[in-house]
Design a protein around this ligand. Structure first.
Ligand SMILES: Nc1ncnc2c1ncn2[C@@H]1O[C@H](COP(=O)(O)OP(=O)(O)OP(=O)(O)O)[C@@H](O)[C@H]1O
Ligand SMILES: Cc1ncc(COP(=O)(O)O)c(N)n1
Length: 267
């Protein structure tokens, strides 16, 4: 059983962030550990408040895990601000865990900012270069590159250029473009899926990066890990059921408890 650590923000609604990560890690047969960087007051309708934690308690959590428990893979999600980023980067340099998957979370699906604007510099120069794999969605890749991405060709160029700049593999996720969702890896491989017509996709990005961390830790190749993770997330979207009045999370434990209402356009 692999031990996987997620360093991310808490989502009180249970659909994204630390809560989604822990569900994915457990559903895919690994042991999950958590370092919380920020607490969000959040539900299926949006984020109403955010508190970033003191970097000392972020550091204490990371040290508590690494001092005692073998870590077989780390995923990083919402990191909040530059001071927390610097601290995490120092500690990940010290402990050097692999695989290290970083989801450069910037804005929640609901539109709330999850990364301070002054933190971009620290993210790109201190944290992202430590990653084995970075998983930006299209708006995040646009911010990292400083240009617009409008189609599959642009996504391919973006993945290759970011990989060269940051010295890691990059998976640009295509959920935000119209049509069948296609994710593009910096190795040149594209992963085409079928678009499931539902608004219940809260936490898909968090879930994909957690799944990638587990599969890579379990010894899958990069391409296999993307294939498996995409297929897991697609099934979880397919089985999503409404839990609130807004955009509900995906169903992480669909393999054990298939939902009867899961599927399309409900809610
Ligand atoms: N409606 C959909 N049907 C099938 N797959 C989807 C759908 N929407 C997104 N995906 C897939 O889910 C994963 C996450 O993609 P997306 O581009 O939405 O990332 P994200 O914006 O970080 O996620 P989030 O929506 O949680 O912010 C990708 O593998 C993408 O292809
Ligand atoms: C704590 C936390 N981390 C990440 C996300 C992004 O997920 P989404 O884009 O699905 O809102 C979020 N909403 N909250």
């Amino acid at each position: 059983m692999k031990h996987i650590l997620t360093i991310a923000g808490s989502d009180s609604g249970g659909g994204a962030g630390i809560q989604a990560d822990l569900k994915v890690i457990s559903a895919l047969g690994a042991y999950g550990m958590t370092v919380i960087t920020a607490i969000t007051a959040q539900n299926t309708r949006g984020v109403t408040d955010v508190r970033e934690l003191d970097p000392d308690i972020v550091e204490a959590q990371i040290r508590a895990v690494f001092d005692d428990i073998p870590v077989h893979g780390v995923k990083v999600g919402m990191v909040g601000n530059a001071v927390i980023i610097e601290r995490i980067a120092d500690l990940l340099t010290e402990f050097a865990p692999h695989p290290l998957v970083i989801d450069p979370v910037m804005v929640a699906q609901s539109g709330h900012n999850l990364l301070a604007s002054e933190a971009l510099e620290a993210l790109t120069h201190r944290l992202l270069p430590l990653a084995d794999l970075i998983t930006p969605n299209i708006p995040e890749a646009e911010v990292l590159l400083g240009r617009h991405i409008k189609d599959g060709g642009d996504m391919k160029e973006a993945a290759t250029e970011l990989a060269q700049r940051l010295g890691s593999h990059v998976l640009v996720k295509g959920g935000h473009l119209n049509g069948p969702p296609c994710d593009v890896l910096s190795t040149g491989t594209s992963f085409l899926g079928e678009r499931i017509p539902t608004r219940h996709t809260h936490g898909t990005g968090c879930s994909l990066s957690s799944a990638l961390t587990v599969y890579l830790a379990q010894g899958y190749s990069l391409e296999e890990a993307v294939e498996q993770s995409k297929s897991y997330v697609a099934s979880a979207i397919q089985h999503a059921f409404p839990v609130g009045k807004g955009n509900s999370p995906i169903h992480h434990f669909h393999a054990w408890h298939p939902s009867e209402v899961g599927g399309t356009n409900h809610g």
